[in-house]
Design a protein around this ligand. Structure first.
Ligand code: XMP
Length: 310
């Protein structure tokens, strides 16, 4: 594929489609939405409004870091604090699909629809890639950015038209495009991170306390496995407890699962054969987190497991 040509074509297309109207896009910090943001700004400049919604489910410092990274590239990103809205929508929910639905509904019906209205945008730029479309059509994964493919008329329901400049690309193509767009390595080579964020790594109810626990464990795992070359790695908080001993006292503590996988496109995956020393080190650090007294390593391939836990 001639990526340079792809970039020129998409920029031209965006200019011709949006003309003098306003477009909006939601940046997640992942490589797909980041590439769309840069392409969009090259084509539309100030006519593209880019927002980052803080849904309280992000990794530590993620919102501020993303805004800063784009600022360095000359792109202004509006940080929208919607933490309370997401947390109250998730309150009391334990069913995985209900949690996902609550996040999608809060994003579209509450937060994003208001922002679109306020911005007068008539176009929405989305980072959908070919794999997203294929998995949605095959019923494997329900992505909230595939409204068009699901037959939902965004013009009618939400008042905007969706543009998906990356819909013919796969992840490795997107990374090539990112390179040609001079995007920093920290964005280009980020491991995949799901839209519903840390909520996919909390089994059971998502509360501020449980988010803090999984976020601390995530920091440890990302720190320790950043140079592992694995496709994806994460910490997951289970909704169960186990007996342990701390300071000679019985403790009924929480359980964190470490997941580290090899994959090419996330459709199937196998557990990484991490060195024993590394596993022990991570286990020690994770069981030093308050309230955690067990750390398990997940060996299950996909299938039958999925990569995330909800
Ligand atoms: P699963 O858990 O379905 O994950 O095996 C496959 C890949 O997709 C990511 N993932 C998501 N990405 N929105 C996303 O943008 C989502 O709702 C979502 N759910 C899972 C996951 O991290 C893995 O890379």
């Amino acid at each position: 594929m001639d990526y340079r040509n792809f970039i020129d074509e998409q920029i031209q297309k965006l200019k011709e489609t949006v003309k003098d109207k306003v477009a909006i896009n939601a940046l997640s910090g992942g490589v797909d939405s980041s590439v769309v943001t840069v392409l969009g700004h090259r084509a539309l400049g100030e006519k593209l409004k880019t927002i980052f919604v803080d849904n309280a489910l992000m990794r530590e410092n993620e919102p501020r870091n993303v805004v800063k990274t784009f600022d360095k590239m000359g792109i202004t990103v509006d940080l929208i604090d919607a933490r309370d809205q997401f947390l109250s929508a998730l309150k009391g929910l334990t069913d995985p699909e209900e949690k996902r639905q609550a996040i999608t509904d809060t994003f579209y019906a509450k937060v994003f629809s208001r922002l679109v209205k306020e911005s007068n945008a008539t176009f929405l730029l989305h980072g959908t890639i070919l794999t997203d479309i294929e998995e949605t059509l095959a019923g494997i994964k329900r992505q909230h950015n595939i409204l068009d493919q699901l037959g939902i008329d965004t013009q009618k329901s939400y008042g905007y038209k969706v543009i998906e400049p990356l819909k013919t690309l796969r992840k490795d193509d997107v990374r090539e495009v990112a390179k040609l767009l001079d995007m920093p390595e920290e964005i280009r080579n980020r491991i995949p991170f799901p839209g519903p964020a840390l909520a996919t790594r909390i089994v059971g109810e998502v509360t501020p306390e449980r988010l803090e626990t999984v976020s601390t464990a995530t920091n440890i795992v990302e720190d320790e496995l950043g140079d592992s070359g694995a496709f994806q790695y994460m910490a997951v908080l289970l909704n169960d407890k186990a007996t342990g001993i701390r300071d000679n006292n019985r403790e009924f503590g929480q359980i964190i699962v470490l997941r580290c996988i090899e994959s090419t496109d996330a459709r199937d995956a196998t557990a990484t054969q991490l060195p024993w020393d590394k596993l022990n080190k991570i286990c020690e650090k994770i069981t030093n987190i308050k309230g955690i007294n067990r750390c398990l390593y997940d060996l299950t391939p996909k299938p039958p497991a999925t990569i995330e836990y909800i």
